[in-house]
Design a protein around this ligand. Sequence first.
Ligand code: SER
Length: 877
Amino acid sequence: MKKTTNEIRKSFLNFFKKKGHVVIPSSSLIPKNDSTLLFTNAGMNQFKEYFLDQKKIFHPRIVTAQNCLRTGGKHNDLDNVGYTKRHHTFFEMLGNFSFNDYFKEEAIKYAWELLTSKKWFNINPYKLWISVYEYDEETYKIWRNIIQVPAKNIIKIGDKKNSQYDSENFWQMGETGPCGPCTEIFYKYHSKKLDDHEDFFENKNENFIELWNIVFIEFNRISKTKILSLKNKSIDTGMGLERISAVLQNVHSNYKIDIFQNLIKKIYKFANVRNVNNISLKIIADHIRSCAFLIAENIIPSNEHRGYVLRRIIRRAIRHGNKIGIKNHFFYKLVPDLIEVMGDSAEILKGQENKIKEVIKKEEIQFCQTLEKGLKILNIEINKSENKKMSGETAFYLYDTLGFPIELTSDICREKNIDIDFKGYNIAKEKQKNKSIQKNKFYKNYNENINIHDTCKFEGYKKYKIKSLIKHIFIKNSSVQIIQKGQKGTIFLEKTSFYPESGGQIGDIGEIYYKKSRFIVKQTKKFGDTIGHFGEIISGVMIINKFVYAKIDQIYRKNVQLNHSATHLLHSALREILGKNVIQKGSLVSNTHLRFDFSFSDNINLLKIQKIENTVNTQIRKNTIIKIKNLTLEEAKKKNAIALFDHKYKSLVRVVFVKDFSIELCGGTHVKRTGDIGLFKIISQSNISSGIKRIEAVTGQKAIEYLHIQDKKIKDISAILKSNNSNIKEKIEKIIKKVTYLEIKISELQQKENLHQIKKLIKNVKYINKVKILINIFQNYDQKSLRSIIEQLKKELKIAIIIFINKNRDNFTIIIGITKNLTHYVTAAEIMDIFIQKTGGKGGGKSTIAEGGSINIEKLPNFLIDIQSWIDKKLKK
Ligand code: SER
């Protein structure tokens, strides 16, 4: 009996448990405390600090089944997914780790025992091939002399030309971090090859599958050119669970293992394809795994960072769904099946099924609104492009306006052998970025990898300008003594009036200056206990140990304060109107607006929104003095102060009071009286994930401007409609009715256009005796339309055999229509049998109509010749 993937995972963990390893759970897909990694991409990530001797491990032998994602950074497999037998976005990596305990020989012996022993995986040793780092004689000898692998099955792999340690057999976690030589175990699927070595390097049909990588962690890469030896030597191994399952389940593709087959079966039911090997099915089955696990880790589709990776994957899956004829929202429906097939690894998904489904569904609904339009534009551009190049501007328009990630556009273009003008795309993107930087001075390119340990006193609650001493200057990550006109960098002061971004409030902007030297501060952030001022020097120099003035932009700060105090009022108003189960989940307080995320499951109707606005504005009109006190945590609790989620507070806390209406722990800056806020207006309300709502609002002058804009919009619409404000709604309803009527008319015209097409086809009709024969090849034609055209043609031609071929990228379909009066001589089902025989395809049908398909496009020309002469003979008889 073949083992299921779930059983294989268990066996692996068990084997190493028996060898003295402690089983620990997979760590999060989001690496903790490691800004060099976007996602966990290997089993060893969670142990980075232990490998680097920075921390001491609780046990020297550990084993894990780690969830991994390879869709960005040094290890990125996204483009290969679906096109090869073995690549995935999400996969599980089985790994055993030794920390300064066993090393090369034992690690190799363990791997060999697990793979080949009858008691365990029982793989024929002759199927296994080994690669070693060319200069690692010790490892070669272990394989050759101790394990006794035949010399011809051991391949030595060296460095790439002129670059030491740049080799397939020298593993590195990323641009920096733990690394070392490795040895890999490959499984060879088919053995009838003349020259094995050549086959290994060429690897046609992916005959050799890399199963297990055993890394000897001996070094720490500090930079591109610097690599240091580590005091302790460790073992990090990684074996793809899906790959070993394919081998043990005797199938030559990861997509044929139990997990994927079950998912593919489900997707197949939604789709309009005949071929279960269709690439889109595999891509969707792969992508639901990464999406569900990312959402379970609280990543939400967005336009930035990890959220954008998730968005890209979901949208790619939806597009592939569309490609295989899935008409409705389907992707979210795969979640329950996924939970079922993932076995022990589904723990993290289980309690979150509804949330995962809702997040995906919302993204599906959103993207489907623009998908059709985007695909249409893409197709027009693809058909137009004579030089096989898609313009960068179109690609950017698709991205910016219709939400087509560039990778998705590129994926679609790749299918049609079209290149994207990436240069043009980047220029268009840059132009847009510059526009928005000018609009919003907030800088995004702040460098967060500065390594600094110091303190800085924040004096900005009371003072807008102070005299201070420059303690450190950084340009990018490097510490420097001096920074000069035109250079960007980060300045650290002894004390500052600049509020560093925290608790949702954005950091201050302003300037640091003395005499004629001026450094414009564009962003302020915390670095441990100190504060970094990021910006650009526009005149003179800034030098370490020099006294300077730090002066914030007061207008900017005041606008931020309006929004921060309004956020506290909003928080209390929400709890008053929606109930005490409203819990803050996040917030952003900027100079332009405020954003508040909170837990609440029900809908919030307009009436409630108005009540919330009224409550906040009533508090504003009361013009209450805002008081700030430092209390002990106990005292604050007694006053029922609201504390922030997930926060560790010191014993003395800062509490912001708006009388009894709002009492909240907060380190941010606030207005003196509520009346300073002027006006509060909610501008949007949305669901950001299951049970989490988001409210965005504006205050003060911005609120007035917002109302002006709304007012003008209504007036403009009234003018366009030639109506007045009072009957504008009725006027729009009338127009909608008219548009619906026109759409019906257009569809009638379209049918006429179809008839026109039919007339064109009739001209290609040939005769054999009195029978009309029509064979036509279409490219990517809508299958449904073909069916209806065939039926209409049968009526038109009266005695006819019609064969339509519809070519797609990697397969083609066939529809055969035969008029009833001919079925004594020839049937559609008969022709279908010949089709199946000659093309290796599939299909079926009745005497008058049959449908099928095949992936063997190369067999099409011969089939067409054969079928014509077959019909010829049959009818002449
Ligand atoms: N870190 C190595 C890899 O990812 C072995 O686990 O291949």
